[in-house]
Design a binder for this molecule. Structure first.
Ligand code: NAD
Ligand code: ZN
Length: 338
């Protein structure tokens, strides 16, 4: 089968021929019907050797929707033929964190967190899924609409759920209205009463954010918050994570406000009392999300309350599509189909 593989660090992936995996006990084989391209893949490609504990070559792709075509011993045959979206964290299901619904913080991941992120990913014709609990069945939905739910929507929903108490009735600043951000705006609109402010350097992303329910937009944080009655916000959801966005986001926080760093843009900030952040600050860097958030976003999508803006590309065009993602030339999410 064809697979998009990273073969060396600090380089572009390649399309290669690899064997179709066979499911062992408890495992399922999915035919991949759609896979989303995430900006995190670009961060992974650009890592220096030794940064991540992944073995190369590794098939990329952690936003996967597909059809179960084969099951291993012990897996219910009723899974065969079902469309599902994949919960991408390779959690153990039994550790302390898994048992309390924090599979995304599984104690046994050892840095190889999931599909395309240390384990064989879904940018391939087939993907092996280690356990039934990694699948959320989504019969009747479109695979291309499902794939971006597996990370872009799941991660946004998890971050919003964790900070719902501060978001509710307050002002939320979304920095970066791309793949994750355009879904965050929709989730805020559908599940909270917040006033949503969206910031992106690309006017097209701001136009989409307004269509999706952002109340105020700007090309910089300063420009956006200047339009508010009060220029301070309760929660910053930073989907960029650059030095500049972290410092602008921190400066816009009201006392007691929360700076939520989702983007992996390589930025850093000093976290210290009495320095750049207001009294009573909170800083958090949420990671992906547990299965319950995937179930929640599948439900929102099924009810028509959220929908990913997608650009569908053929598998053979994946490498060019990554280049466009790098250049910021994407509306919403690129989804690869066979
Ligand atoms: P994307 O490329 O689709 O979107 C990024 C958006 O940010 C684009 O619209 C871009 O125009 C905008 N942008 C870039 N620089 C900006 C700046 N200085 N100010 C304002 N806007 C700016 O990327 P994505 O797939 O949505 O991913 C966003 C980030 O989230 C990436 O860094 C990715 O690695 C990270 N991520 C984190 C997690 C997690 O679990 N924490 C999960 C998935 C993705
Ligand atoms: Zn675990």
């Amino acid at each position: 089968m064809r697979a998009v593989q990273l073969t060396a660090w600090e380089s572009e992936p390649e399309i290669r021929e690899v064997p179709v995996p066979r499911p062992g006990a408890g495992e399922l084989l999915l035919r991949v019907d759609a896979a989303g391209l995430c900006h995190s893949d670009l961060h992974v490609m650009s890592c220096a050797p030794g940064t991540l504990p992944y073995d190369l070559p590794m098939t990329l792709g952690h936003e996967i929707a597909g059809t179960v075509v084969e099951v291993g011993d012990g897996v219910a045959a009723s899974w065969l033929g079902r469309l599902a979206v994949v919960h991408g964290v390779w959690s153990c299901g039994t550790c302390h964190n898994c048992r309390r619904g924090q599979e995304n913080h599984c104690l046994r991941l050892e840095g190889r967190v999931g599909f395309g992120l240390g384990r064989p990913g879904g940018l391939a014709e087939y993907v092996l899924v280690p356990a039934e609990r990694q699948l959320v069945a989504a019969d009747g939905m479109a695979a291309t609409e499902l794939a971006p739910l597996a990370d872009a929507a799941l991660t946004a929903h998890h971050a919003i759920r964790l900070h719902r108490d501060a978001i509710e009735g307050g002002t939320v600043l979304v920095i970066g209205a791309g793949g994750l951000g355009h879904l965050a705006v929709q989730i805020l609109k559908q599940t909270t009463e917040a006033h949503t402010v969206a910031v992106d350097t690309r006017p097209a992303a701001l136009e989409a954010a307004r269509e999706h329910g952002a109340h105020t937009t700007g090309t910089t944080v300063a420009d956006a918050v200047d339009q508010l009655e009060s220029p301070l916000v309760d929660v910053v959801l930073d989907f960029v994570g650059a030095d500049s966005t972290l410092s602008a986001g921190g400066a816009a926080l009201a006392p007691g406000g929360r700076l939520i760093m989702v983007g992996g843009g390589g930025g850093s900030m000093t976290v210290a009392k009495g320095r750049d952040l207001p009294l009573g600050w909170h800083v958090n860097a949420p990671f992906w999300g547990p299965r319950q958030d995937l179930e929640a976003v599948v439900e929102l999508a099924r009810n028509g309350q959220i929908h990913a803006d997608i650009e569908v590309v053929r598998f053979s065009d994946t490498l060019e599509a990554y280049q466009r993602l790098r250049e910021g030339d994407v509306r919403g999410r690129i989804v690869v189909v066979p």
